[in-house]
Design a protein around this ligand. Structure first.
Ligand code: SF4
Length: 355
């Protein structure tokens, strides 16, 4: 099996994803020497596959030369995590395939253009990603897809398995948004409640399985994954609640972001039996090398109590009364008014139901 390493080309990106876990970090491009060191260390560690990550690696002018360099170093599988915008340029994918690129890891966050475009902050992004996809298929490259699970994507997962399978995806990973960067800044809008969102992810994985599309999940607690806990990807380990100490699955579990636990408590998670990994798709599983660099943790807006946070979102700002609002001029409604409207509810025997 091909073992993969990840090589970061820096943090520069051409999208503005609402969940970006790198937002707030200074954009920077990795030095040549740093990229070379990462590639050589990957080979020295015995990996024979490499995935370039960012930011957006495809906007780096050195990218094609780096693919060639990776091939010269002996990597047999060379992939790129991309939003697909830059690679949609005519003949770009073809040239990269010629240089040695073997797989494209597209980020797609909805089955429709308006959903995906909103999440990445760029009109036309979905169509560009689809053009990249078509070019990659035509060049014989393998395509896997990552979808970030947010408060606004989870209800849109249902049509994705069919869309991805029909276009020939080799694998799909649903990644729970990290409480970092842009997601931390707008956590109430972005970070989903796990017990609410993960059932949608599990249904989607189930649907993908029925279509022959290997699907995985990253960054979710095993105890909320039911029969699909076996598809949890390693890495991206977060934090654990008090109940996790007694859990047989802890060593294989991604846990929950510390900020999430601080905000909502650990009432959704519960110790569970040891989960064994489904190794049938080891090659595809290995293609999901995970997120690049993360922005540092930011302070959590703590609700009055985790119990309260389950039912209420904090209101930012102060609600103002409507401008034309006036007090009701009619007398206060009482039970007597209701008696006048529905006398049958109050007087005599109930009307017998018609057979
Ligand atoms: S209870 Fe177990 S499975 Fe659930 S989050 Fe904690 S360690 Fe993970």
């Amino acid at each position: 099996m091909v073992r993969r390493s990840a090589v970061s080309l820096g943090r520069t990106c051409d999208s503005g994803c609402v969940f970006c876990a790198q937002r707030g970090l200074e954009p920077k491009t990795a030095e040549d020497s740093e990229v070379r060191r990462q590639l050589e260390e990957g080979r020295a560690a015995g990996t024979d596959g490499v995935t370039f990550v960012g930011g957006e690696p495809a906007i780096d002018e050195r990218f094609e030369a780096l693919v060639t360099r990776a091939r010269e170093l002996g990597f047999v599988r060379i992939g790129v995590q991309t939003n697909g915008w830059e690679l949609a340029e005519p003949r770009r994918v073809e040239a990269l395939a010629h240089a040695g690129l073997t797989d494209v890891h597209l980020s797609i966050h909805g089955a429709e253009a308006r959903v995906h475009d909103w999440h990445v902050g760029r009109a036309g992004a979905f169509d560009a990603a689809m053009r990249t996809w078509s070019a990659a298929r035509a060049a014989g490259l393998e395509i896997v897809v990552a979808t970030v699970l947010t408060r606004s994507t989870f209800r849109g997962l249902a049509p994705m398995p069919r869309m991805l399978a029909s276009r020939g995806a080799a694998g799909w990973c649903i990644e729970v948004a990290r409480w970092r960067g842009a997601a931390a800044t707008a956590s109430d809008r972005v970070v989903p409640r796990l017990a609410l969102a993960l059932p949608f992810a599990l249904h989607a994985i189930d649907a993908a399985e029925a279509l022959g599309l290997p699907a995985f999940v990253r960054g979710a607690p095993s105890c909320l994954l039911g029969p699909w806990a076996s598809r949890a990807l390693a890495g991206d380990t977060r934090d654990y609640g008090a109940t996790c100490h007694a859990c047989a699955s802890r060593t294989a579990c991604a846990g929950v972001d510390a900020e999430y636990l601080a905000r909502f408590g650990d009432g959704e998670i519960a110790a569970c039996a040891l989960v064994t990994r489904d190794e049938r798709y080891a090659e595809v599983r290995a293609m999901f090398v995970g997120l690049g660099e993360l922005a540092p943790p930011s302070p959590v807006i703590v609700a009055p109590s985790p119990q309260r946070a389950r039912v209420a979102l904090p209101l930012l700002g102060k609600p103002a009364p409507g401008k034309g609002e006036v007090a009701a001029s009619s007398p206060k409604q009482t039970g007597d008014a209701l008696r006048a409207i529905f006398p049958g509810l109050f007087e005599g025997e109930p009307t017998p139901r018609k057979p």
